[in-house]
Ligand binder design. Structure first.
Ligand code: ATP
Length: 315
């Protein structure tokens, strides 16, 4: 049966909370490479039922955290518990529950999507008959049924990423971890990928790591904000926006009585230009705007995120 990923199911993904929730507890997690400390004493509690966006700038420690969560790396200290069981002491607990979607899906140009999925199913220890059945149903679910016989070299980036999701879903994982999966996709493909991940979050624990706010804006029920190895914020996107109210300002670019922003200041991520019917406006994320007559505006999630990263908004 083909399942459609639509707006309604996305809304449900954000709202629905399964009564039998799975808990992933990150407890005093620390990681160093030699003398280089990547993070120390990270703590967070994650549940299924609503996508969790792991947001942070490049170098914040997202990939290192994901490597630990996917059992590829052992932490220096601390633990990760799945429903009370340590996955550091028992990595197979995580391996049996995990589906990992990497940034780049491994590329075997001459395999068809069906052959690739059967190959991955074999690696996951699935029996041939079960693999064929699952592969067929996943190709349908991800709208790839009529392309299953084509070779991967003839697929677009978005189609290849959907094959990657199908591979991730083989073996019915309960936890899905995705590492910047929309890299290199065109805008339409990004939206499709987002919708699929949002839908999957209905009945899986989905952790999506990205530095692009729009990747999680419409689908995340929770945001985990990481900067320089610290969690700055864990909560809902709307709460992050609420906390940043009063810190985003707008004023016309042509106003005479202001200390104008220099080109250099406009390069700062806390300042941006926006086209309005009455002309170009400056949007500034600040405790106090440069222009005294600036009006307060409702922050976007991106502005709330940038304000938090820059320390303008206290969390
Ligand atoms: N093997 C390693 N040895 C030493 N330092 C490392 C190693 N791997 C990562 N780092 C450093 O750890 C920090 C966090 O890197 P990490 O890749 O986890 O960040 P990230 O948030 O995923 O960023 P990006 O999106 O750029 O991958 C960076 O400063 C990086 O240089």
């Amino acid at each position: 049966m083909i399942r459609h990923f639509n707006h309604e199911s996305l809304v449900n993904a954000a709202k629905e909370v399964d009564e039998r929730q799975m808990e992933l507890l990150i407890q005093n997690l620390s990681m160093s490479y030699g003398k280089t400390k990547i993070f120390s004493d990270l703590n967070a509690t994650l549940h299924d039922g609503g996508l969790i966006g792991l947001l942070g700038p490049n170098g914040a420690g997202k990939t290192t955290l994901l490597k630990i969560l996917t059992t590829l790396q052992k932490p220096t200290k601390g633990d990760v518990l799945i429903d009370g069981t340590s996955m550091i002491a028992h990595p197979n607990v995580m391996k049996n529950l995990l589906g990992y979607l990497p940034q780049q899906v491994p590329y075997f140009p001459n395999l068809t999507a069906g052959e690739y999925l059967n190959y991955i199913a074999g690696m996951k220890g699935m029996k041939a008959k079960e693999a064929r059945r699952e592969t067929g149903s996943l190709l349908e679910r991800l709208h790839l049924a009529d392309t299953g016989h084509k070779r991967l070299k003839d697929f677009s980036g978005g189609m290849r990423q959907r094959v990657g999701i199908a591979a991730t879903l083989l073996n019915d994982p309960k936890i899905i971890i995705a590492d910047e999966p929309s890299t290199g996709l065109d805008p339409e493909e990004r939206v499709t990928l987002r919708n699929i991940l949002g839908e999957l979050a209905n009945d899986h624990l989905v952790l999506l790591s990205t530095h692009i706010v729009s990747d999680v804006e419409a689908i995340a029920g929770q945001i985990l904000l990481i900067k320089e190895g610290h969690f700055l914020y864990q909560g809902t996107p709307s709460d992050l926006i609420k906390r940043s109210i009063g810190h985003v300002w707008e004023y016309p670019v042509t106003t005479a009585d202001t200390s104008p922003l220099t080109a250099k200041q406009l390069e700062e991520p806390t300042n941006s230009l926006i086209q309005r019917p009455d002309g170009i406006q400056i949007r500034e994320i600040a405790k106090t705007p440069r222009q005294p007559q600036a009006r307060q505006v409702l922050p976007s999630l991106e502005e709330a995120y940038l304000g938090a990263l820059k320390g303008v908004i206290s969390l």
